[in-house]
Structure formats: structure tokens, C-alpha cells
Design a binder for this molecule. Structure first.
Ligand code: GDP
Length: 445
């Protein structure tokens, strides 16, 4: 599912890289794909629509810089916008638990991972923040749920409120508060009952508990795999109870992360943590960067960007090869080659790969052609006018003097460069004549 998104975007960006600048049409066609991809990643329609609108505004107005391709630019804008939408206020994973004992109310539907998350979070608060934590289960309808929390508590070394049969949730919440104060706990966590779906009785119960405990944090735990359902659940709980944050569980599954985007955009509530497995330490703070990568395609934006870059380079090489075959090799070409050599680890390395040029490579090596020389040569070419670069033959004494002076070098250095350009032009011509699929073509690969 994810592949289809990166593949689709890849296709659009391949097309984009063939052009020099971002036109409105480029952006629009790319964003059509982005929109479909978002919908497929389970982002709700209004959110996807708004998202695309916002990216379009930024992308169309964006100045196209030389160092990145238009495709890269769109990817970057989409990526940054995803992070923007996902990022809530405040530090990720921060909780208001300053005034001891601070109550944390855990709410959500049954099976969403509420009890597991309560224990995970308690462990985190104990291990990371050194807090003394008390957990209490308010699920009076399911004795098994109360026992589950108790077992987890023993496992992670966190106290649980002793189970007293026949108590109602509000009474348990009050007892937890008293126990937390007397026992010197920093935090007490109330694991409320869940239902299979939202019903009035459940909401009334959670509301009553909220009113007696006055929680510092009310965290909704929802299954991230349920996509839009998770968002609806969050809307409902927020309207009725008022939540301060969300924990998305099962983010270790193959869900596409779209729920996270809609969650943030629709409810406006921060996603504080994500559950990444059944183990007690499988809880992490929510990182927008990671989810953005996931929505955009397996976190592989970098690969996408590189692919776009490669396409561009391949085309440039192809164009250059055609020119060389016609025996055209001016100072611009030489500059391109020199820069390429710098990138590839020096002149020797480059020429070694070209059939017939090994001898020349050795000569250059012997002459002490290292990166410093390459830089000087590039500087010489940069001091030339456009016309001089295209037609080095026009370089007479006065022009040569000007160029040498402009780049802080001697005329003799420039003469060496000119000789090299002529030799390379000759060589290119010869190799070009070897025909298609000949030496030059192989060398360019
Ligand atoms: P509750 O009814 O909301 O309290 O749900 P539970 O905490 O009992 O969790 C239901 C099931 O989901 C259990 O088997 C958990 O181990 C599992 N679970 C909870 N969180 C995660 C998670 O982040 N990833 C995975 N893979 N499983 C989880």
C-alpha cells in the first residue's frame, strides 16, 4: 500500500525533474497524486483537501533554487507540511504532572489498548522520570480487566490500588486519590472502563469520574489501525469528556499513519505517545517526522529525493554525450568534467574509467594534478566570459592576461588549461566516431 504512494509520487517527480522550474501545472498534477495517496493512507477527505491546498500555496510561490530539483522541492514542501500538521504544541510526550499527586485519566474504547498503555506509561514515568506511580482500574464490569492491571503492575514494579469488590467507579476514584495522597505518590492513573462502542452509560460514568478526580491529563487511547474510526472516537470523547491528548496504539502494525494526520487536524489535540507493540517498553513519544515519513512512503523520502536527482543527472549526461559525439567540447564542458572529478575523488579516478584515457591520467598524476589544481582550473574558467567559455579559440593575449589576473593565476596556467581542453576535445571526437555504443558511451555510463 505504501509502495504505491512512493511509486506514484516517484512517477510525478520523474516528470517534474525534466523541467527547470515549478509551474502551476507541475504542482497541480503532483498534488493530485498526493491527495489520492493521502486518502489511501486513511486521511479524511476534508483534511486531505486542506492539506493539498496549503501545499499548493507554498509550492507555487516557492522560488526554485539551483541546488534542488523541482521534484525535490515538492517532496520537501509536502514533508514539511505533514510535520506541521502533525506537530502539536508543547514538548512531545510532556505531561502536566507537577502537583503531586497528579491524576491521569485514561479513557477509550474496549480493546484499544487502554490497560496496556496505562501500565506502559506508568513504567515510563517511574523509570524515566523517577515518579512514584499508583494505578487503579475502574472497570467494575470486567473483573478480568482489574486483575490484568494488577498483574501488569507486579510485572513492572508499579503499585496498584487493592481491588475491593462491589465498589462503583466513582468510589474507586476517590479511594485512589486518598491512597495517592497518603502514600506520597507523585501520580495516580485511573484506568476507566471501556465499551465496544460509545454509549451514554459509559460516557456518564467517565464524566462522573472526571468530576471527582479533576485530572491533570485526560488521555484517550485509540487503536491507530482503525483509521477514521479512531478519529470519530476522539471527537466524541473530546466533546463529552474533554481530552488533553491522544495515545495511538498499534502503530507497529502496517497501518498507514493517516489516522494520526486526521486526528491532529480534526480534533486539534496533540498525539502524545504511540504504542509500538505489546511489550511494556513499547511506548514512545510521538514523532511527527517519523509519521510524516511513513505517510509519504515507508519513511523513504531521502530515496525519493535521490531518485529524482539521479534522473536529472542521467539526462544531463545523455545530453553531454550527444554534444561530445559531435566533437563539441568547450570550456563549459571542461568545467563540468572538472567538477565531476572533484566529486568522484580526483582526476585520476575519473580518467582511469575512460578507455584510452588511462595514459593521460598517469600524465596528469605525474604533473601533480590534485584537487587543488582542479579548483584553480575551475577558477580560471569562472573568470572567462560566456563567449570565451563557448569558444576558447578567441582567447588572445589580452584576454588571457585578464583571465589569469581575475583568478589570481599565471597566463602559463591558463595555457595549460587550454591545452587540456583541446586534447580532451580531440579525444572526445575520436571516441564519438567509434559510433553508438562505442567507447564514449561506455565511458559515460
Ligand atoms: P483495553 O481493552 O483498551 O484495555 O485493551 P488492552 O490494553 O487489554 O489491549 C488489547 C490488546 O492489544 C492486548 O493484547 C495488548 O497486548 C494489545 N496492544 C496494546 N497496545 C498495543 C500496541 O501498541 N501494539 C500492539 N501490537 N498491540 C498492542
Amino acid at each position: 500500500m505504501f509502495e504505491s504512494l512512493s511509486e506514484r509520487l516517484g512517477g510525478v517527480f520523474d516528470r517534474l525533474t525534466k523541467q527547470g522550474a515549478l509551474s502551476e501545472d507541475d504542482v497541480r498534477s503532483a498534488l493530485r497524486e498526493v491527495r489520492v495517496a493521502l486518502l489511501e493512507a486513511d486521511v479524511s477527505l476534508p483534511v486531505a483537501r486542506n492539506f493539498v491546498k496549503s501545499v499548493e500555496k507554498k509550492a507555487t510561490g516557492a522560488a526554485v533554487t539551483k541546488s534542488v530539483t523541482p521534484g525535490q522541492q515538492v517532496v520537501k514542501i509536502v514533508h514539511d507540511e505533514l510535520i506541521d500538521v502533525l506537530r502539536g504544541e508543547g514538548e512531545p510526550g510532556s505531561l502536566r504532572i507537577d502537583s503531586a499527586p497528579a491524576p491521569i485519566l485514561m479513557v477509550g474504547l474496549q480493546g484499544g489498548g487502554k490497560t496496556t498503555t496505562t501500565a506502559k506509561l506508568a513504567k515510563r514515568l517511574k523509570d524515566r522520570d523517577g515518579k512514584k506511580v499508583l494505578m487503579a482500574s475502574l472497570d467494575v464490569n470486567r473483573p478480568a480487566a482489574m486483575e490484568q492491571l494488577q498483574i501488569l503492575g507486579t510485572q513492572i514494579g508499579v503499585d496498584t490500588l487493592p481491588i475491593v469488590k462491589g465498589e462503583d467507579p466513582v468510589t474507586i476514584a476517590k479511594r485512589a486519590k486518598t491512597q495517592a495522597s497518603l502514600g506520597g505518590y507523585d501520580v495516580y492513573m485511573l484506568d476507566t472502563a471501556g465499551r465496544l462502542s460509545i454509549d451514554e452509560e459509559l460516557m456518564a460514568q467517565v464524566e462522573a469520574v472526571r468530576d471527582v478526580s479533576n485530572p491533570r491529563e485526560t488521555l484517550l487511547v485509540v487503536d491507530g489501525l482503525t483509521g477514521q474510526d479512531a478519529v470519530h472516537t476522539a471527537e466524541n470523547f473530546d466533546q463529552r469528556i474533554g481530552i488533553s491528548g491522544v495515545v495511538l496504539t498499534r502503530m507497529d502494525g502496517d497501518g498507514r499513519g493517516g489516522a494520526a494526520l486526521s486526528m491532529r487536524a480534526i480534533t486539534g489535540k496533540p498525539i502524545k505517545f504511540v504504542g509500538l507493540g505489546e511489550k511494556m517498553d513499547a511506548l514512545e513519544t510521538f514523532e511527527p517526522e517519523r509519521v510524516a515519513g511513513r505517510i509519504l512512503g515507508m519513511g523513504d523520502i531521502v530515496a525519493l529525493v535521490e531518485r529524482a536527482q539521479q534522473t536529472l543527472e542521467a539526462e544531463q549526461a545523455e545530453r553531454m554525450m550527444k554534444r561530445f559525439q559531435k566533437g563539441q567540447f568547450n570550456m563549459n564542458d571542461l568545467k563540468g568534467q572538472l567538477e565531476q572529478m572533484m566529486k568522484m575523488g580526483g582526476m585520476g579516478a575519473m580518467l582511469q574509467m575512460m578507455p584510452g584515457a588511462a595514459k593521460m591520467a598517469k600524465q596528469l598524476d605525474d604533473a601533480g594534478m590534485d584537487d587543488r589544481v582542479l579548483k584553480q582550473q575551475i577558477a580560471l574558467i569562472q573568470s572567462m566570459t560566456k563567449a570565451e567559455r563557448a569558444n576558447p579559440q578567441i582567447l588572445q593575449a589580452s584576454r588571457k592576461k585578464r583571465i589569469a589576473k581575475g583568478s589570481g593565476m599565471e597566463v602559463s596556467d591558463l595555457n595549460k588549461l587550454l591545452k587540456m581542453q583541446r586534447q580532451m576535445a580531440d579525444m572526445m571526437k575520436k571516441m564519438g566516431k567509434m559510433g553508438k555504443g562505442g567507447a564514449l558511451k561506455q565511458a559515460m555510463r
